[in-house]
Design a binder for this molecule. Structure first.
Ligand code: GLU
Length: 294
């Protein structure tokens, strides 16, 4: 089976070094497997998505030598996919309205960030439906992450019933991303490990739709000086694509590839750097897998 990988940025801000690291990891993995690499713009959140930023992201990737093998796709243009998936889940009686606000969930949660199932058996008194959630009936999940190793999780403890349709009526990331990965024929998802907690809910959702999830590899996300994930929310600076070599060196270093490149100085052209990095990635992965199985 041909390897198909992807990078799936949300166009709510320009690429920062953390997102370039995620893009580079998925690109390297696809190229090291002689695969196809795609870009999907995750622009369902109308309030936070900007078409100009989506274009800027694509231009920045191109300047860094990462050009997708097929035209990029936009989630806002394929809503029928998510509607069909939501309808199939509803048809199985797995969707229910939830009337909780974020603050109410925070207050009621036994485990921080985990929805405690408040509206699972009917809307709590005095509340009206805001969002729609998927009832996860499976007790838990287990899968092998190619980078992070074996993963085990329990529904209700590690994650709650995920939101499928948000309060503003848009389809939620968990549904849209999982469905797109399968319908786009993605064989391998390589992304930051901040998304590891959403992986089992995505896998369990796909299981209900009788769709086979892709393989996953979650790489460590880049942390800022304050120890928090570099992100648009905490104002990580946009990268300067006029210096592609400098940005790529930084990203490959952050990925931990420098020792595998086996040289102190990186090649002096974007193409040369990618060629070296693709070879280095194979050793890096083999080393990672040896560590996992030890
Ligand atoms: N759009 C998500 C983000 O920018 C990434 C989704 C994914 O890779 O599955 O964080």
């Amino acid at each position: 089976m041909t390897y198909v990988g992807r990078f799936a940025p949300s166009p709510s801000g320009p690429l920062h070094l953390g997102s370039v690291v995620a893009a580079a990891a998925s690109y390297l993995d696809a190229k090291a497997h002689h695969g196809v690499w795609l870009v999907r713009i995750e622009d369902l959140d109308q309030g936070r998505s900007d078409p100009a930023i989506a274009q800027h992201i694509l231009d920045t990737l191109a300047a860094l030598g990462m050009t997708p093998d097929r035209p990029p796709t936009y989630q806002s243009r394929q809503q029928h996919r998510y509607r069909d998936a939501a309808a199939a889940l509803r048809g199985q009686g797995l969707i229910y309205p939830c009337g909780c606000t974020r603050a109410q969930i925070r207050e009621a949660a036994q485990t921080p960030g985990v929805y405690p199932g408040t509206c699972r058996d009917g809307l709590a008194q005095g509340r009206s439906g805001r969002s729609l959630r998927l009832r996860l009936e499976q007790p838990g999940d287990a899968f092998d992450d190619r980078f992070a190793g074996p993963q085990y999780s329990q529904s209700g403890q590690d994650y709650g019933d995920p939101t499928i349709v948000r309060a503003d009526d848009s389809f939620a990331y968990i549904l849209a991303g999982a469905v797109d990965d399968v319908l786009d024929g993605i064989t391998d998802v390589v992304r930051g490990d901040d998304l590891l907690p959403t992986t089992s809910p995505q896998r369990l959702l796909l299981e209900r739709l009788e769709l086979t999830p892709p393989r996953y590899a979650h790489i460590p996300v880049l942390l800022g000086p304050d120890g928090r994930k570099l992100s648009k929310q905490n104002h990580a600076p946009a990268i300067d694509a006029s210096e592609p070599l400098a940005v790529l060196r930084h990203a490959l270093d952050a990925l931990g590839l420098r020792p595998f490149l086996g040289r102190e100085t990186f090649p002096q052209s974007v193409n040369g750097l990618w060629r070296a990095a693709i070879c280095a990635w194979k050793d890096y992965l083999a080393d990672r897998q040896a560590t996992i199985s030890r």
